[in-house]
Design a binder for this molecule. Structure first.
Ligand code: ADP
Ligand code: MG
Length: 316
């Protein structure tokens, strides 16, 4: 059964790249990274009931398993190239694998990424994807370059995916819009490529804006001031939950997969033009300040402190 599944995956994974000398079917893939580039490598795992609900459609799961990984490449400014896929399945469910691979390849094809190998085992439903991408040597977008005085941006509305989990059974258009953000996140690959040489520090928002931005602050040795009124919340989110709770979702909600980045104010126009070209937004949410920690201003001289907390595994 294992080999039937692998054969099916192999036959369906169409993307052919000249830099894949040997893909699925041998003991290891043989790959040719381009000269003058660094290899960006990242892995993300999805565990049933932790990262996704048991009734998630296989095709959506395949998309998302790759999307969350491409989001990490985007946040490094890397051009996606190859992926390997580890599938742990309770049963040799070929219908599941077929749907999963279809969703995975829908997204892979958009970015010219080739599935070059993987592993198929029996156990509790767990999906692990490793992606590989290229960055011209020295041009990777790190978390550590933010400078005092930089402006902070995000590439799109936040909070929808997290909020969708609170209204899964609702049939309203607003709930549907938010659910599509949860099920089909759009990794900001093009935005990441265009931020090379423009952004001082970049991260993708997977756990929540406050949690992820704090990684930029810690790595860069700076603090951040955010403007509560500038937090981007979709109409769907605000209409369903009201503005105050929408902002909580925007600050602490996970699974957003937008980029958060710091750039010098003199580059604001170039940043806006680049994000427009990439099909997303450059939403100015605050500034990098001296010190440490993140303060969210409520616009009335006070501070916005969300009751909601960002996602963290192994929380005490
Ligand atoms: P080995 O026993 O040497 O690890 P496998 O039987 O696990 O070999 O895998 C055979 C080939 O199929 C390898 O090229 C491997 O990368 C590929 N493969 C196995 N599982 C998957 C998967 N889920 N997705 C893509 N390729 C896979
Ligand atoms: Mg194996």
């Amino acid at each position: 059964m294992e080999f039937d599944l692998i054969k099916m995956i192999r036959e369906r994974s169409a993307a052919r790249r000249a830099d894949v000398s040997c893909g699925i079917g041998d003991d290891a893939a043989l790959l040719l990274p381009p000269a003058g580039h660094e290899l960006a490598v990242s892995i993300d795992t999805l565990v049933e009931c932790v990262h996704f609900l048991p009734n998630t459609k296989p095709v959506d799961l395949g998309w998302k398993a790759l999307a969350v990984n491409l989001s990490d490449l985007a946040a490094m400014g890397a051009q996606p190239a190859w992926a390997v896929l580890s599938l742990t399945l309770p049963h040799p469910d070929s219908e599941f694998v077929q749907g999963f691979v279809e969703g995975f390849l829908q997204l892979a094809d958009r970015h010219g990424l080739a599935l070059v190998g993987g592993d198929t085992t029996q156990g509790p439903l767990t999906i692990s994807v490793t992606v590989h991408g290229f960055v011209p040597k020295g041009q990777g977008l790190l978390r550590s370059g933010a400078q005092v005085g930089d402006q902070l941006f995000v590439t799109g509305p936040l909070g929808d995916a997290a909020a969708a989990l609170q209204c899964l059974d609702e049939k309203t258009p607003a709930a549907g819009t938010m659910r599509s953000k949860l099920e089909r996140p759009q990794p900001r690959v093009e935005a990441g490529l265009l931020l090379r040489g423009l952004a001082h520090a970049v991260i993708d928002i997977s756990d929540g804006l406050l949690a992820d931005l704090s990684h930029i602050c810690d790595a860069s040795g700076v603090g951040a001031r955010l403007h509560g009124s500038a937090l981007p919340c979709s109409e769907a989110l605000v209409s369903r939950f009201g503005l105050a709770q929408a902002r909580e979702f925007a600050l602490a909600g996970g699974d957003a997969y937008e980029l958060c980045f710091a750039a010098a104010p003199e580059h604001a126009e170039a940043v806006a033009a680049a994000m427009h070209k990439a099909g997303c937004q450059a939403i100015h949410i605050g500034e990098v300040v001296a010190g440490s920690g993140i303060r969210v201003e409520d616009g009335q001289g006070g501070e916005l402190v969300p009751a909601m907390r960002s996602w963290e595994h192994f929380r005490a």
